[in-house]
Write a protein that binds this ligand. Sequence first.
Ligand code: NAD
Ligand code: ZN
Length: 375
Amino acid sequence: MQTGFNLDNNKTISNKNTSYRNFPMVPRVIFGKGSFSQLGDILMPKRRNADAPFIFLVDDFFENQSLAHDIPLLFNDELIFVSADEEPKTYQVDALVARIRERFDEKPSGIVGIGGGTLLDLAKAVAIMLNNEGLAQEYQGWDLVGKPSIYHVGVPTISGTGAEVSRTTVLLGPEKKLGINSDYTTFDQVIMDPDLTCTVPKEQWFYTGMDCFIHCIESLNGTYLNAFSQSYGEKALELCKEVFLDDCSGEESRDKLMMASWHGGMSIAYSQVGIAHAMSYGLSYLLGIKHGIGNCLVFQHLEEFYPEGVDLFNQMIAKHDIQMPRGVCADLSQSDYDTMVQVALGMDPLWENALGKEWRNIMTAERLQTLYSRI
Ligand code: NAD
Ligand code: ZN
């Protein structure tokens, strides 16, 4: 079994032979209440001709919502609603690409992903695969994409994952769960309209928001920390505290969490996440538990590693009266535990970031199983 982490930090940057990573960033971004209404104007100059459509991949939550009517469809553009109930799969990407190729003689002018991390990742992957041969699973890994993706735009509708800024798209394939990490994955344009997050249910808001909070804690407490990551991580953490602990609500809260997500993503882009993410990956692999809630299920038990972070987390859980599931690992067999432990321990850079180069002496399989058994 091969696994890999979703964020693109598998290379250390602090040894003698350092070769500093040269990251692409999102070149164009627009932020602000109501900014979604500018999407049509933004896409217009990117339309090659009337036969080269824009394909809009939209979270199916919006199927009967006003946003669906505000999508600037023109000519033969296509709107495809996609469920975010499950995390994205490589075969789903291949099916979307096949459908687009079959339906249109011309390559699309671009792909627009509208939704949470699930839809943003799907949009990135489809944009890559429309310009590259073969199956999506062949590109899971680091820097395997040969040709630039087609123009792609990300419109987040929930804040926290940082998928809007990252250079990866996390996919579950037949053999592994691993991102397509490449310079061509990053969006060409992002539109951050906090109004689009108005409808997010409270628990989902909390779990996806905590993904950002945990990015900050793991980045700021990691051995890979550097001035770049720290500056973004501190800002994101400050915003998370305001959103989840102060009496911040409504428009102000939505604005701040959207900015926190962006800054948290920037922070880990240049450092790494840590123990909660490594363990959450095991939960996701074995039990299909989604990223945000998986991180929370783990993080509550990590007080020995992140004492201040867990203290803040407990205050946030209490303030928002979030009832997390209990007994998630109660009925697992030894072989289930072995699988989760193996997946989690396969995330070398995350452990090294969290515990240092000697991490294997600190986090043994037994210790990890004990941590899992508390969930
Ligand atoms: P999501 O996209 O999985 O959506 C979660 C739920 O929220 C879904 O039911 C969705 O329909 C709903 N939803 C989204 N926007 C809504 C809105 N405005 N109103 C009402 N409901 C709404 O959520 P997520 O937590 O943003 O994303 C998780 C995914 O992101 C995972 O697949 C994870 O692997 C991925 N991820 C990617 C990166 C990256 O860098 N590429 C980083 C972290 C996580
Ligand atoms: Zn995360």
